[in-house]
Design a protein around this ligand. Structure first.
Ligand SMILES: Nc1ncnc2c1ncn2[C@@H]1O[C@H](COP(=O)(O)OP(=O)(O)O)[C@@H](O)[C@H]1O
Ligand SMILES: [Mg+2]
Length: 176
């Protein structure tokens, strides 16, 4: 079952910016006792951001440095990794992958509230419309471990956390 020999499972929570990853991960970490790793914050803390991309108005990520820094924690297991991308992590890191989704109009309002405008706003809405992260996750991990979760309302978030906690309990039984 668990080919990795990790004492606990690792979960990837991914999706377009604004779909609710961080909000859900905070709750999931509280409920499950797993450790939430917010990759965007780790990138800053571990000094993995390089020169500035003028078009996207954001710094460029040194992926190798970031992954090397995360490796020991991932080998320990019991991590919830939160990131708006799915393809550059090693496939072996994750036991399950959840792609959060939100309706375009809801996502639009959340991103505007966050101060996104212009190309950055449009690109993120397009990313959700074209299911870019879902496709990325399906291309990067076995189909059976990739799951889509709607995250439009607090009720949906609650259901999603419950579902992941149930999966976790089953994992513990299967991997005793
Ligand atoms: N399931 C949800 N229902 C209602 N609002 C949500 C939900 N998930 C997140 N939000 C709100 O949407 C905004 C973006 O959420 P956040 O967790 O920061 O997204 P992400 O980490 O994916 O960028 C926040 O203001 C948050 O309160
Ligand atoms: Mg976030």
């Amino acid at each position: 079952m668990n080919g990795s020999n990790r004492p606990g499972p690792n979960i990837l929570i991914t999706g377009t910016p604004g779909v609710g990853k961080s909000t859900m991960c905070r709750l999931l970490a509280e409920r499950s006792g797993l450790t939430w790793l917010e990759v965007s914050k780790l990138a800053i803390e571990n000094k993995c951001l390089e020169e500035y991309d003028e078009v996207y108005r954001c710094p460029v990520l040194d992926e190798d440095k970031l992954l090397d820094g995360m490796e020991p924690a991932m080998q320990e297991g019991g991590k919830i990794v939160d990131y708006h991308g799915a393809e550059f992590f090693p496939e072996r890191w994750f036991d399950i992958v959840f792609v959060l989704r939100a309706d375009n109009t809801i996502l639009y309002d959340r991103l505007v509230a966050r101060g996104y405008t212009g190309k950055k706003l449009e690109d993120n809405i397009d990313c959700e419309i074209f299911q870019t992260i879902l496709e990325e996750a399906k291309a990067s991990y076995r189909d059976e471990i990739v799951h889509e979760l709607q995250s439009n309302t607090p009720e949906e978030m609650e259901q999603n956390v419950n579902r992941i906690c149930q999966w976790l309990e089953q994992w513990k039984i299967d991997n005793k």
